[in-house]
Design a protein around this ligand. Structure first.
Ligand SMILES: [Zn+2]
Length: 195
């Protein structure tokens, strides 16, 4: 009995050692279901800004396994963002492809998403795509005053780096982006708004 137990333990231990060795090896696929679910969820990109994953955006808040089911939690970016339904479907599909048939996607509205949650990686990806990343989001205390004036932002041109830029439209191809133009090199570019 003791011998059998020891053998069993050593199998578990060996298996674990083997897994540790594999995960230390770059490029190997994670073996644990939670790791696989996280990796699958991390592959989902924003339908409007495909250079960003839901992780880069800070939209993917949690991936967990509850009673054998994968449960992911997402926080929508802009309220009423039409991309949200697509993100949800894409997340479910990606998890299904990874073998998690009955994955659940939960939506968490508090705390509200802020553009500050966009990761450094995400900001680099935006810049790489010629899109100006958001600056520090405004911190609101109490009621928010509605202003019809365009927001003043200190931006630099994504092409030449000049700070001599002007806002051409507060609404770009999507509501979450504003359009700017560089007055030096004339490059028009999009800016992800701070919220
Ligand atoms: Zn420029």
């Amino acid at each position: 009995m003791t011998a059998a137990l020891q053998t069993h333990e050593s199998i578990i231990r060996d298996g674990r050692d083997d897994r540790d060795a594999r995960s230390a090896d770059a490029g190997s696929s994670p073996a644990e279901p939670l790791d696989r679910a996280r990796a699958a969820a991390a592959r989902v990109t924003d339908p409007e800004m495909p250079m960003l994953t839901l992780v880069d955006l800070g939209v993917l808040r949690d991936v967990a396994i509850e009673d054998g089911r994968v449960v992911t939690t997402i926080t929508p970016t802009y309220s009423g963002c039409p991309a949200m339904a697509t993100m949800r479907d894409d997340l479910q599909r990606e998890l299904q492809d990874a073998g998690f048939e009955d994955a659940e996607v939960r939506v968490s509205l508090t705390p509200a998403w802020t553009s500050d949650w966009i990761t450094e990686e995400g900001r680099k990806a935006l810049k790489g795509a010629g899109i100006s990343p958001p600056g520090q989001a405004p911190r609101h205390q109490g009621p928010v005053a509605l202003t019809l004036m365009p927001t003043n932002r200190a931006l630099t041109c994504t092409l030449c780096g000049s700070a001599n830029v002007k806002l051409s439209s507060e609404f770009g191809p999507t509501a979450c982006k504003a359009m700017y133009q560089c007055l030096d090199c004339l490059e028009p570019f999009q800016h992800v708004k701070e919220i």
